[in-house]
Design a protein around this ligand. Structure first.
Ligand code: ADP
Length: 449
């Protein structure tokens, strides 16, 4: 096992990783920008190294500075968290070529899944069902027209290098195709420096359902069930649940078997998530994330596994030590992402937190790096906390989340807590009756009132 790990991240996820290290008796090195010198992860780590100015490009994405920090402090491994360098294959490769361990999959698998076209063809060859669409990159608008006619409108033009909901454009009819093609390619070129695009059928009422997996270095792969992340705005998740109100235990077992067999054939190691759109009883793969996800706690709550601890154990060369049969689920878990945003238009609201009082009590977990007096900097992601609840049933989990959010005090900045309250009291949500389009319509209705 490692004796010291560098955490190449900030905010709640840096704390989450730090906590797992502490419990394993591993020393931690925090890295931070000048804007984050008073941040909680810096205060709690055993050592902290400043790696650059506020802009992420010069600090949290500064590979040379991060590697120097690891060398100076004698860290043996680097945990990238999510975002920043977590899905950067070159970073993973550089870390390993410096004799350090990257806590994550191989650079080859990160690269493979980072290109969504390669990800889809790889998964298809391994027997995982896909969203109908083009066989790969579209060479021309004429080809796009042909494929769209075959799969039927509406269709979606998506960037091969896409992420964070960018580089994606819907064409409701053939008349809209050329514009969607142009806009998606321009956006993809600007955001990712790569204008390769592909086409998918635009599904009208799917749920976003994803499977959490872990693999070790010895071809053992297990899954930890599904998360339902259908509540999204601008293709970004806001509230997640485990399990999905739409999936039976048999369906979970079936898709779980397909996925674990595929990843075992690939020789995939460490944590990963396969994302699917689910409609009319069919799972359709859209992409794989080769890292820990923001919403991993809901899985931890229902399966009683510490996913970060498992990531570290796997990276240290340990075997999983259990099989699929040993993974069991209990109760229901919900996570609300608390963003420093105006709940009406989702515009970011950084500033000083004048009062911070997190909720507690049975079955309530808060993953956050906030404290009273903390200044939420304007440079990074707007997510400032995650409230996670666990209860025997979904109805009890909803009641517990309502109670937790009522207790939660964050003053001085605007947050999306009021929006979460409205969602939780909505009868359709309470019935579990929602798709990926539900939240967008719901918040539009709220604004009309
Ligand atoms: P990104 O990597 O940018 O997050 P994804 O491919 O994961 O992109 O898609 C993000 C979200 O966009 C999905 O969760 C879903 O809400 C929506 N989406 C993606 N593909 C489709 C599709 N074929 N039909 C309908 N919605 C889609």
């Amino acid at each position: 096992m490692f004796s010291k790990i560098l955490i190449a991240n900030r905010g709640e996820i840096a704390l989450r990783i730090l906590r797992a290290c502490r419990e394993l008796g591993i020393k931690t090195v925090a890295v931070h920008s000048t804007a984050d010198q008073d941040a909680m992860h810096v205060r709690l780590a055993d050592e902290a190294v400043c790696i650059g100015p506020a802009s992420s490009r010069d600090s949290y994405l500064n590979v040379a500075a991060i590697l120097s920090a690891a060398t100076i402090t004698g860290a043996e491994a680097i945990h990238p968290g999510y975002g920043f360098l977590s899905e950067n294959a070159d970073f993973a490769e550089t870390v390993e070529s410096h004799g350090l361990v990257f806590i994550g999959p191989t650079a080859q698998h990160i690269r493979m899944m980072g290109d969504k076209i390669t990800a889809k063809t790889t998964m298809q060859a391994l027997g995982v069902p896909l969203v109908p669409g083009s066989d790969g990159e579209l060479a021309s608008i004429e080809e796009a027209r042909k494929v769209a006619a075959k799969v039927g409108y509406p269709v979606l033009i998506k960037a091969a290098a896409g992420g964070g909901g960018r580089g994606m454009k819907v064409a409701p009819t053939e008349a809209d195709l050329e514009e969607a093609w142009n806009v998606a390619r321009t956006e993809a070129r600007a955001a990712f420096g790569n204008d390769a695009v592909y086409l998918e059928k635009y599904m009208d009422k799917p749920r976003h359902i994803e499977l959490q997996i872990l693999g070790d270095n010895y071809n053992n792969v297990v899954h930890f069930g599904e998360r339902d992340c259908s509540l999204q705005r601008r293709h970004q998740k806001l509230l997640e649940e485990a399990g999905s109100p739409a999936i039976s235990a048999e369906q979970r077992d079936e898709i779980g078997k397909t996925v674990t067999e595929a990843l075992s054939k690939m020789g995939y190691r460490n944590a990963g998530t396969l994302e699917f759109l689910y409609q009319d009883g069919q799972f359709c793969f859209i992409e794989m994330n080769t890292r820990l996800q923001v919403e991993h706690p809901v899985t931890e709550m229902v399966s009683d596994v510490d996913l970060v601890r498992e990531q570290i154990r796997i990276a240290a060369g340990e075997k999983l030590g259990y099989t699929q049969k040993d993974v069991t689920f209990s109760g229901h878990s919900i996570e609300c992402r608390i963003n420093a945003e105006d709940p009406n238009d989702f515009s970011p609201c950084p500033g000083t937190v004048t009062v911070y009082h997190p909720p507690g009590g049975l079955g309530v977990r808060v993953d956050s790096a906030l404290y009273t007096g903390y200044r939420v900097p304007p440079y990074y992601d707007s997510m400032i906390a995650k409230v996670i609840v666990h209860a025997p049933t979904r109805a009890e989990a909803i009641a517990r989340m309502q109670r937790a959010l009522d207790e939660f005090v964050v003053e001085g900045i605007k947050t999306v807590i009021p929006l979460h309250r409205r969602i939780l009291e909505n009868p359709e949500f309470q019935k579990g009756d929602y798709t990926i389009h539900w939240l967008e319509n719901f918040s539009a209705q709220l604004q009309e009132v």
